[in-house]
Design a protein around this ligand. Structure first.
Ligand SMILES: [Zn+2]
Length: 461
């Protein structure tokens, strides 16, 4: 491991054993946010963090009541004329079932070889712990920090972050910062560090097609009336062309195009397309023309039918014209598509292509914003330098096809660029039995975080 800072290294060496014990203590608290019987454990984990942050030398640490599981806040604001970074992580964890597939009890952490096994070891308690330890070690080694830090550790990430947005809105002034750093992601492959540049947003809608009050006899009425299921199929078929392009007018208007650097970064990822296809058991991969599989699955918007139903579904045959038919349709969105605007375009287009003879309605079921912090953003580059210094190799840049809603919240409510610097192995079994964290990554992540603060002194303010 390359040396980052001699005084910091001495401090981290000296405290290695107590750090591991502290990590294990934190993992022993069964802070499962989704299960009401663990509400006290979530609160205990929040208070454990408040104590750990305070012991690390951070200030104003508190467990803020929100109506659900508390949000832990702390700060250190003594770096005059330096940028402020808001750090986010979550102390809650997923449920542990099926319990019988765990090789050791999920809340009794054990170190086996280079791995520490426990629920939350990776997602996300291990990364939260690394942040607290990094700040504590820097403060112990230097008595000061190069930048200002604000910490937000949530307790409801695994159960929809129900109370977070309202709190962010209410505390906008207190949470003012120059950049948000989220450590809740992982590596793409092996032990090579990664920065996640973007997450997709979502637009979710339902199409309802209604004909008659009850199903009709297809012999008596077939040929004379519109069939809602046929009509629905016709509309769905009209949403996308054979080239995989979505036909909704204006759909692509706000898409920030991939730069050459973006495309090169994605193309350089170790990704075996044939293996990806064969693991899926599919005869072919398909998608939007002109883009690679990696681009399509994370950096381009999509439209998919998530469910479709109507008419007779039982065994055998029943000769009817269904009274109604329905489909759930969602779009994964990329920066700077707005879910509300995309829905309006979707609704207008479906109404335009709706066949006559039935009533078609389109309803909005919800949406979320995409987020993107470009490769050339100074905060992305600070993170890249920190990762390279700590891990001894430059990070790869990846894009996440799914969403981390909190990213969009930091971007839209607090108006912050978001850097996703996470440290978990790609096969860490998050949300599954035998979740683990690589102890070397954990230790190196502490150096990377400390280095990130040194690399952040010149960030734009
Ligand atoms: Zn997580």
């Amino acid at each position: 491991m390359p040396t980052i800072d001699a005084a910091l290294e001495t401090q981290l060496d000296r405290t290695k054993d107590t750090r591991l014990e502290s990590y294990k203590d934190f993992l022993r608290i069964p802070s499962i946010s989704a299960l009401p019987e663990h509400a006290d454990d979530c609160r205990a984990a929040a208070h454990w963090l408040v104590d750990a942050l305070t012991a690390a030398g951070l200030e104003n640490a508190e467990a803020v009541e929100t109506g659900g599981h508390p949000i832990v806040y702390a700060d250190w604001l003594h770096a005059a004329d330096a940028p402020t970074v808001l750090v986010y992580g979550h102390y809650d964890v997923q449920p542990v079932d099926p319990l019988d597939l765990w090789t050791s009890p999920p809340f009794e952490p054990v170190v086996v070889g280079d791995r520490i096994l426990a629920r939350g070891a990776a997602d996300d308690k291990g990364q939260v712990h690394a942040h607290v330890m990094a700040a504590g070690a820097l403060l112990a080694a230097r008595g000061t920090l190069p930048i200002n830090l604000k910490y937000v550790f949530e307790g409801e990430e695994e159960s929809s972050s129900i109370h977070l947005d309202r709190w962010l809105e209410a505390e906008r002034d207190k949470l003012a910062a120059d950049v948000a750093l989220i450590s809740d992601t992982g590596f793409f492959e092996g032990n090579r560090p990664a920065i996640t540049l973007s997450l997709r947003g979502l637009m979710y809608a339902q199409i309802d097609v209604v004909g008659t009050a009850v199903d009709l006899h297809s012999g008596s009425y077939g040929g004379a009336v519109q069939n809602p299921a046929n009509a629905l199929a016709q509309m769905i078929a009209g949403l996308k062309g054979p080239d995989g392009r979505i036909r909704i007018p204006g759909f692509y208007d706000d898409v920030v195009a991939l730069s050459e650097a973006d495309r090169t970064a994605l193309a350089s990822l170790p990704f075996d397309e044939a293996e990806y296809q064969s693991n899926l058991g599919l005869p072919a991969l398909v998608g939007e023309a002109g883009f690679t599989t990696l681009e399509r699955r994370a950096a381009r918007p999509t439209l998919d039918v998530n469910g479709i139903w109507g008419g007779f579904q039982g065994e055998g045959s029943k000769t009817i014209i269904p009274a109604h038919a329905h489909a759930k349709v969602s779009c994964r969105l990329v920066t700077a598509q707005d879910p509300d605007k995309i829905f309006e375009g979707f609704r207008a287009y479906v109404e335009e292509i709706a066949p006559p003879g039935v009533t078609t309605t389109v309803q909005y079921l919800g949406g979320g914003l995409p987020s993107l912090t470009p490769i050339d953003h100074p905060a992305t580059q600070a993170a890249a330098r920190a990762l390279e210094a700590a891990f001894g190799q430059a990070p790869v840049y990846i894009r996440e096809g799914g969403s981390i809603p909190v990213c969009a919240s930091f971007a839209s409510i607090l108006e912050l660029p978001v850097v996703l610097m996470g440290f978990t192995p790609p096969d860490e079994n998050a949300h599954a039995p035998n979740e683990w964290m690589d102890m070397r990554n954990y230790e190196t992540s502490i150096r990377a975080i400390a280095r990130m603060w040194d690399e952040s002194v010149d960030l734009p303010r």
